[in-house]
Design a protein around this ligand. Structure first.
Ligand SMILES: NC(=O)c1ccc[n+]([C@@H]2O[C@H](COP(=O)([O-])OP(=O)(O)OC[C@H]3O[C@@H](n4cnc5c(N)ncnc54)[C@H](OP(=O)(O)O)[C@@H]3O)[C@@H](O)[C@H]2O)c1
Length: 306
């Protein structure tokens, strides 16, 4: 375990993936500082961290906020383009952050990316993630890249909101035949892989994927079993599924599953081609959290855009 300074910086330690990394570091008795604009989120009261803003305009302040850190665990990204904000800006912001980490003398950046990024992807999210990875490799700092599939655990959005809908609706729409696969990974496993990556002498790129590959329809059924709901499943064309998701979005005042996200799902980009490093099973987590999941809608817009 690295002992260089005892201090690590995590972006978004009170957000979703970052909270698992923060807890893992706390268990390793590391001191944590987080860069975030949401310092107190319900469900993260156990996380102790010094807080500085996550911002990209005052470079000097950003460098200062990273000084003294051994590792920067970076979870910063945006889920979708909205208004005037596009993925190119998220790449530019990531580049600023990586450069600031180098100038602050941070030993290593562990960057959370996504499974199957590609610079030439027709999906801007996956292309942007690949460009952010490139920005990191070109920064001239020791790095590790961790590429999760679909992350599950307390605070997740997709699985929680599927459960939320299952609890409320007598019918549930499955895009296409639901026969595309995904490989969910536990937040705790992502954190273990990230802290392992921080210890590697070489720069490494690894997937973070769980032990089970499941069909989307199977995953929805598992969630329905966990929350004891048995709605009628209807199979919809992807186009109609996106329309339905938009309608639901209007109902809950949020952006729910959007078209590029559905395309990525149907193209099985949330399946790893590597031996799985994660060990925790989604089914077990669903059953042990059956009372909690889907009780409250989790809004992406509420979390990051309002
Ligand atoms: N969730 C998944 O299933 C999943 C799957 C594969 C890969 N990933 C990758 O894992 C990383 C973390 O994802 P996550 O879902 O755990 O995200 P998250 O915790 O909701 O957000 C991660 C960080 O990005 C910041 N952020 C998010 N949206 C923002 C916005 N619109 N404007 C400004 N800052 C924003 C957050 O700021 P605050 O701290 O202020 O909230 C936080 O620091 C991302 O790189 C994502 O691409 C996630």
């Amino acid at each position: 375990m690295s002992q260089a300074t005892g201090l690590d910086v995590v972006t978004g330690a009170f957000s979703f993936t970052g909270r698992f990394i923060a807890r893992r570091l706390m268990a390793q008795e590391r001191r944590i500082k987080t860069l975030t604009n949401h310092p107190r989120r319900p469900g993260t009261e156990d996380i102790t961290a010094e807080v500085a803003p996550l911002q990209f305009t005052d470079r000097e302040a950003l460098v200062e906020s990273l000084r003294g850190a051994d590792v920067l665990y970076n979870t910063y990204w945006v889920r979708f383009q909205r208004g005037r904000f596009h993925f190119g800006q998220a790449v530019a912001n990531s580049r600023i952050l990586f450069g600031a980490a180098r100038d602050a003398g941070v030993r290593k950046v562990v960057h959370i990316s996504v499974s199957n990024p590609a610079e030439d992807s027709h999906l801007d999210y996956y292309a942007g993630k690949a460009w952010a990875e490139r920005a990191l490799r070109e920064t001239g700092i020791s790095w590790a890249i961790v590429r999760p599939t679909l992350v599950f655990g307390q605070g997740d959005i997709l699985i929680n909101n599927i459960a939320w809908l299952l609890r409320r609706l007598p019918i549930f729409g499955i895009p296409g035949k639901g026969d595309y696969r995904l490989q969910p990974v536990a937040g705790e496993d992502v954190a273990e892989i990230a802290t392992w990556a921080a210890e590697q002498a070489d720069s490494v790129t690894v997937d973070a994927a769980g032990p089970d590959i499941v069909y989307y329809s199977e995953m929805v059924e598992s969630i329905a079993i966990a929350v004891s709901r048995h709605p009628r499943f209807i199979y919809m064309s992807p186009r109609n599924a996106v329309r339905a998701a938009r309608l639901i979005g209007r109902w809950v005042n949020d952006v729910t599953l959007n078209e590029p996200e559905l395309t990525g799902l149907m193209e099985e980009l949330l399946v790893s081609r590597e031996r799985p490093r994660g060990t925790r099973r989604l089914d077990n987590w669903l059953l042990s959290n059956a009372d909690i999941i889907g009780r409250k809608y989790a809004s992406e817009l509420e979390r990051h855009w309002r």
